[in-house]
Design a protein around this ligand. Structure first.
Ligand code: ZN
Length: 235
């Protein structure tokens, strides 16, 4: 990615982190140091980044060995906004823990949507399912209200376009389908198979399986700490 950025012959000034999931930012400092860039995030995201660093030994380093050192160097910006070549970049809090924020670029009609809007990949629902999916739906509404034409999704099939209308509608539909199948499917395997049948072309079946194990694990063991099932879904 660093070579790709260098090949653009631009000056990389800021790296924005949408949310704290390690898979979205653990390599950030490699890029930040190479290009002398600032790392920007919300207060909530920075807290989530620290939590993900703490979880490295028993989750991330197990699943993805060889991740470089990942100190949290992100800083907040006043009023959650900064600029690029004089144009506003506006951080919008998404309002739920699984994906803390999105970045709105009004001048381009673009939203960098992190894990609020997916594009052709299975949604990670383990953490969100604890509080119900409505918080996610409200976050989608918030993104939709920005009126962007294009969405940069954190999980994306690169063969697909970036159309906001389609990706927003498909993410909403996926939540509805998942909620219905959580009700009708008896086991994690049943849910996994039903989702694969419903969405044969979506990428990220590892994410689908992690979600299935976590949601059914929590449901079948309500007296136990849910975190062990969220973590265990990846292992
Ligand atoms: Zn993600």
């Amino acid at each position: 990615m660093g070579d790709w950025v260098a090949g653009k012959n631009r000056s990389l000034t800021d790296i924005f982190i949408t949310h704290g999931h390690g898979g979205h930012w653990f390599n950030t400092n490699v890029l930040a140091e190479r290009f002398g860039a600032r790392v920007v995030a919300t207060e909530g995201t920075i807290g989530q980044m620290h939590a993900n660093v703490a979880a490295r030994p028993f989750v991330w380093d197990e699943v993805c060995p060889g991740i470089p050192a990942s100190p949290v160097t992100a800083v907040t910006v006043p009023d959650n906004r900064f600029t690029l070549e004089g144009k506003d970049l506006v951080i919008v809090e998404a309002g739920y823990t699984d994906a803390s924020s999105v970045l709105h670029v009004p001048d381009l009609g673009v939203v960098v949507a992190g894990d609020v809007i997916y594009n052709g990949a299975h949604l990670y629902l383990s953490e969100t399912s604890l509080a119900g999916l409505d918080a996610w739906r409200q976050a989608i509404d918030r993104v939709a209200s920005l009126g962007a034409r294009s969405i940069v999704a954190g999980h994306q099939n690169s063969d697909l376009d970036d159309a906001a209308a389609r990706t927003i509608a498909e993410t909403r539909e996926y939540l509805d389908v998942a909620e219905e199948l959580f009700d009708t499917q008896k086991t994690a395997v049943d849910y996994f198979n039903a989702m694969v049948e419903r969405y044969p072309d979506r990428l990220g079946r590892t994410v689908l399986w992690a979600t299935a194990q976590a949601v059914y694990g929590m449901r079948e063991n309500p007296a136990e700490d849910p975190v062990q099932f969220i973590v265990g879904g990846w292992l």
